[in-house]
Design a protein around this ligand. Structure first.
Ligand code: MOS
Length: 719
């Protein structure tokens, strides 16, 4: 039986706070951790079916044009040209894949063919030496060289911002720039496809299996029921595996043609070209306020880029309309159609770079108005969403700011260039954190077996975030079992379709589905006990209600199965849902070299119920580290002649490493959000990155008096 729930109203039930075992929220270690660190968790490229052939993608060496012909590849089994395998990762579900045929090149580095050989080395050799003739075209590759498009749904305005700027006591008008960024998942994209008659099984590195199956079925021109996707372990996604990508489609096409299993694994360099990037941004931010620091005008004009016809637009200013209150407002999202590699969702699309620039602007305004930066923010927090007057589902920005200031010792902050230790200027900075919250339709199946163990099945993925663990914890709590008596099976499209991992929605969405499935099982047990499900306590293999206690093995005949189905409903529209927090950083800036060392960093976050304190904290540690990357190190540089990504490995593209990241402190504010389903949990995955870089940049200014608006803040821009 399936228990459905559409989230149409509030849920104030606090039963999860009073469960018998108290497992939910506990900082349990990741269940699959030992498998991963001992090499027993098999990632996409690690299966070895018999008779496996190896494919290597051939990449375009011109920025645009037609492929006229592709030469022979001596020693290869096949050279496959098929434009279906171009399919960009960022391509939406509604965009139909192209039909078969020779490829058109839209950016330098795009996949145009697949060479298959008996070994990876032979395939790579042939792919690198193959002769390709093009009819090249000259195309724009610089976002500021073209007239941008203005997608109508991405704009918003109220009042008269120009007038507000003219009449303001303090007015700030500045431009920030952030470079293209890459997702930089540890596991490069890979797939192994194997056909059995007209059905195909593809092991791949993917974040969202049920939508990936639709995309893949469309790309291959087969029925979804003929396609099984397996993604039990994924070595990070960060957005780059949200959609299907060239390697998986190519593997399936080649495996069909050759009648044997084919693996296509990208090299690290190929990932930089073929997985989408985060668009570079140009952000003009205008702020107007009165003498007391009350905002009267907010402007956020954004320019991003993508390929012609690509659906995705980095929603840079998506949190701007509801973070602070101002009567006059203008939000513009413009898209330059250029021929750099495809742009798509990467690590908190929108807020990661948008909140970063905006929170730097708030710091500059505070400076200008002579108001403490924390105070300026506190003065401008709205009671309801300013644009729609909808209430917030839960809103702890003010608490996060106050709690952070207290814990970090904000009152010790001095003036720029005031604190010098040896040759290092020391400074403190802060920023608000905000990220939109989403809930996605999700299903799960839970089976309680007579011998006192349970199995959770859903096509949900665990991309390193802790999904196995939190879903196991939830089922253990609801069914009164020790967590090690719950087996969690994920990453297989044969299981009920879940939200997948993305947009910070994975844990809450799939968790609610597991909760509902367990409620269904509890209902059945309650019926056998002759009590109400609410009065049922399950613990240590026993069912108790009032004075009655019976063992589960007696109540469960063989096994009980329950299915849960969660759908977002009216609360999506009735309430503005977001997660909130604050970031704090202390940096040292070398007065002679401009080198920045982050000395300590802290985040205070509110995300509704925390499902596992340890995995939640780890998400925030990762986000904050990436915030250091946005502020100081990360940049995908494009060749100005052809748009090609020239920083294309992890030596050239600097993700902060351990030496760059100081001890990070994370604090969660207790919160239950009634409008986001029975778990009362919002998404947390991406909150830690949103605004983190601004705390670092603002600390740089407080240390040495320099504002860097062209990110990243490398020493040459500070000295
Ligand atoms: Mo995320 S960038 O939606 O994986």
């Amino acid at each position: 039986m399936t228990r459905h729930l559409r989230v149409d109203g509030p849920n104030h039930d606090d039963r999860l706070d009073h469960m018998a075992q108290g497992v939910i929220g506990q900082p349990l270690n990741r269940l699959e951790g030992p498998l991963k660190v001992s090499g027993r968790a098999t990632y996409a490229a690690e299966a070895r079916p018999g008779n496996l052939a190896y494919g290597v993608l051939v990449q375009a060496s011109v920025p645009a044009g037609k492929v006229l012909d592709i030469g022979d590849a001596p020693g290869a089994l096949a050279v496959i040209q098929d434009k279906r395998m171009i399919r960009h990762a960022a391509q939406g579900l509604d965009e139909k894949g192209p039909a078969a045929g020779p490829a058109r090149v839209e950016y330098m580095g795009q996949s145009i063919a697949l060479v298959v050989a008996e070994t990876f080395e032979a395939a790579r050799h042939a792919a690198q030496n193959i002769a390709v003739r093009y009819k090249p075209e000259t195309v724009p590759v610089d976002p500021e060289s073209v007239t941008p498009e203005l997608p109508p749904k991405k704009q918003s305005a109220a009042g008269d911002l120009d007038k507000a700027m003219r009449e303001a006591t303090f007015a700030l008008d500045r431009v920030w720039r952030t470079p293209s960024q890459t997702a930089a998942a540890m596991e490069p994209h890979a797939a192994i496809a194997e056909w059995d008659g007209d059905g195909v099984t593809i092991r791949a590195a993917l974040q969202m299996l049920s939508s990936n199956r639709k995309q893949m079925a469309d790309a291959l021109g087969i029925c979804e029921s003929k396609l099984r996707l397996l993604s039990p372990y994924v070595g990070g996604g960060f957005g780059s595996k949200l959609g299907i990508n060239a390697e998986a489609v190519a593997a399936a096409i080649a495996a069909k043609q050759l009648g044997r299993p084919v693996m296509v694994a990208m090299t690290r360099q190929q990932v930089f070209d073929l997985a989408h990037r985060r668009s570079e941004t140009r952000q003009r931010i205008r702020l107007a306020c009165d003498a007391e620091g009350r905002l009267t005008g907010i402007g956020h004009d954004v320019l991003v880029s993508n390929l012609p016809g690509s659906e995705f637009t980095e929603p840079v200013a998506q949190a701007t309309p509801f973070t602070y209150q101002a009567a006059h407002r203008q939000i513009v999202h413009a898209v330059a159609r250029i021929h750099r590699n495809c742009a798509g969702s990467v690590r908190a699309p929108g807020e990661a770079v948008g909140v970063t620039a905006f929170e730097c602007a708030m710091d500059e305004l505070a400076d200008m108005a002579g108001i403490d930066p924390v105070e300026l923010r506190l003065k401008n927090i709205p009671d309801v969403e300013p644009t729609t007057e909808r209430p917030f589902s839960s809103h702890k920005l003010a608490e996060a700011l106050r709690e952070g200031a207290r814990r970090f010792g904000w009152s010790d902050r001095g003036m720029p260039r005031q604190r010098l230790e040896g040759e290092w200027f020391i400074g403190m900075g802060m920023a608000a954190a905000v990220r939109v919250n989403m809930l996605m339709e999700s299903r799960a199946k839970v089976t309680l077996v007579q011998d006192g163990h349970a199995i959770v099945e859903t096509d949900m993925t665990d991309i390193g975030t802790g999904t196995y663990t939190i879903l196991g914890q939830l089922a253990a709590e609801m069914l009164g079992l020790p967590p090690d008596r719950v087996e969690v099976r994920l990453g297989d499209t044969r299981f009920p379709p879940a939200s997948g991992s993305g947009g910070s929605f994975g844990a809450a969405s799939s968790g609610n589905a597991v909760f509902l499935a367990c409620e269904e099982i509890r209902q059945r047990i309650a019926k056998a006990m002759g009590c109400d499900e609410r009065d049922l306590t399950l613990q240590d293999g026993m069912a108790r209600a009032g004075n009655v206690a019976r063992s589960l093995s007696e109540l469960v005949d063989g096994m009980i199965t329950g299915e849960g189905h969660l759908e977002p409903g009216k609360t999506e529209k009735s309430h503005r849902q977001a997660t909130w927090g604050s970031h704090w950083a202390e940096v040292a800036v070398n007065r002679w070299t401009g080198e920045v060392r982050v000395r300590r960093m802290m985040g205070v976050f509110a995300c509704g119920r925390v499902l596992n304190e340890k995995t939640a904290r780890s998400q925030c540690l990762g986000g904050m580290s990436f915030g250091i990357g946005i502020a100081l190190t990360e940049a995908m540089e494009h060749d100005p002649r052809d748009g090609h990504a020239v920083s294309r490995d992890l030596a050239e593209y600097h993700i902060p490493c351990h030496a760059d990241v100081p001890p990070l402190e994370v604090h969660f504010l207790p919160e239950r959000d009634p409008y986001v389903g029975p778990l009362q949990a919002k998404g947390l995955g991406e909150l830690g990155i949103c605004g983190a870089g601004a705390a670092v940049l603002n600390a740089i200014h407080n240390a040495c008096g320099v504002r860097v608006r062209d990110l990243p803040a490398t020493p040459d821009k500070i000295i």
